[in-house]
Design a protein around this ligand. Structure first.
Ligand code: ADP
Length: 425
């Protein structure tokens, strides 16, 4: 029999007894009334005891009782116990997480919705100079770098930002924010001092080697030209050797020039003026057109008169590379279309050819240094593999980006997108 069935049976039994006794004594109503009153008083006392127990947090063993109330106490006690076990488990997980993040070599700070510090690990306290008592403080008040504040406010955390450590400015930190949960953010910082040093060493090394190679190459080229002038053409082997030597020194000179330009792009401060792009493009297209065997291959359309803020020499290099690539990697009698136009957000230079195109898998890689697509025809085309790396760097320095769309054996379109805010008079 279930507990509530037992309770009802007991009440019915008591009622029966009251009716019988009431029948004998002649006080049925009074006895039933007294029985009901008794039941209500007992239940009321139970409710009061229960409320007191619950109000006290339901801690410890529940009060001794019988019947349905014992069942109620028991079930609540069981729920509370399993809740306690679950809480303990969760606390252990949180503790483990905190201990492991505390031991991380990277700095981790948990930020609240108003940029306030919720929690920071040891590395974060060390590199940002935070104290345990800084909990609840807004992080922009403690890390006072304009670029960091701008980054935090932007709410666009796709990229990271590089800052000096507020404790030691020789230490460079790469800071990234990751959003999670409802309005919570994780700020992570990694010490990239060593990486930056190596990067600087690599840049210096390439720049120095390229610079040092320049003079011997010029001397070599000079001697080859003198020897070519002296060649009377009697020995085809010699004549051919001179042509080969001249070709290779020129190739090396291009390589050195491109490497030096890349090194300059990576290290030099930006010097900007208002560049007359339509005039620059006209010059580049005229110069490039006269270089080929067949002239008038380039079709220049200037749909926008926009000039942009930038560095003329850098833009000249980037645009020349795109135009000469389009000429190089398409048939000698095909047309290359160069378009300068504006759309809603960008002013665009598009260089389109009907050349051999680029395979989908190669497109993301062709802007890497020294990456060249090795098709049969392209092996014969001279190049350094640095042209598009230069284009990418120049565009980055102009807040612009490069779009490449291409289809094998159909053609390619390289477009440089400059933000409208760069337009100047
Ligand atoms: P390169 O000196 O080899 O031209 P780039 O960096 O300018 O170096 O170009 C890298 C590679 O991208 C080239 O080797 C070529 O395979 C491919 N490429 C560049 N432009 C085009 C184009 N317009 N059509 C087809 N392939 C191209």
């Amino acid at each position: 029999m279930r507990v509530w069935e037992r309770e009802i049976t007991a009440v019915i039994l008591l009622l029966l007894i009251s009716v019988i006794v009431g029948g004998i004594t002649g006080h049925i109503i009074l006895l039933i009334f007294l029985l009901m009153l008794g039941i209500i008083i007992v239940q009321f006392a139970q409710i009061t005891r229960f409320e007191k127990w619950i109000r006290g947090g339901g801690r410890g063993k529940y009060p001794k009782t019988k019947g349905i109330w014992e069942d109620i106490y028991y079930h609540i006690y069981r729920i509370k116990k399993s809740e306690k076990r679950r809480k303990k488990k969760l606390r252990n997980i949180i503790d483990q997480f905190r201990q492991s993040t505390e031991a991380l070599p990277n700095a981790v700070v948990i930020l609240g919705p108003h940029d306030e510090i919720d929690w920071a690990n040891k590395a974060a306290r060390d590199v940002f100079g935070l104290k345990t008592s800084d909990k609840g403080q807004r992080i922009p008040n403690l890390i006072r770098f304009p670029e960091f504040n701008r980054y935090l406010r932007s709410r666009n955390y796709k990229e990271s930002v590089v800052l000096p450590s507020p404790v030691d400015n020789r230490v460079s930190l790469e800071v990234k924010v990751i959003s999670y949960g409802a309005g919570l953010r994780l700020l992570m910082a990694q010490d990239i001092t060593q990486f930056k040093k190596m990067e600087l060493m690599r840049k210096d090394f390439v720049a120095n080697v390229s610079h040092e190679l320049r003079t011997p190459l010029t001397v070599l080229k000079g001697y080859i030209e003198t020897l070519q002038d002296m060649d009377d053409g009697h020995s085809p082997l010699l004549t051919n050797s001179f042509i080969q030597m001249q070709g290779q020194t020129e190739r090396m000179q291009h390589l050195v020039d491109d490497l030096l330009l890349l090194a300059r792009l990576e290290t030099q401060q930006k010097k900007t003026t208002c560049v007359n792009v339509p005039s620059l493009l006209t010059q580049i297209c005229n110069e490039s057109d006269t270089l080929g065997k067949l002239k008038n291959r380039i079709q220049l359309t200037l749909e926008s008169p926009a000039n942009i803020v930038g560095e003329e020499q850098e833009l000249r290099s980037a645009f020349t590379n795109l135009v000469s690539n389009a000429l190089k990697y398409s048939k000698e009698d095909s047309t290359v279309k160069v378009r300068w136009y504006e759309d809603t957000y960008f002013v665009v230079l598009a260089v389109e050819d009907n050349g051999e195109g680029i395979a989908k898998a190669d497109i993301p890689r062709i802007t890497e240094r020294f990456y060249r697509v090795e098709t049969k025809r392209q092996r014969k085309v001279n190049g350094t593999g640095l042209g598009l790396a230069i284009v990418k760097h120049v565009l980055m320095r102009h807040d612009a980006h490069l779009n490449i769309s291409s289809e094998l054996f159909v053609g390619s379109c390289f477009s440089c997108h400059f933000p409208i805010k760069r337009i100047c008079n």
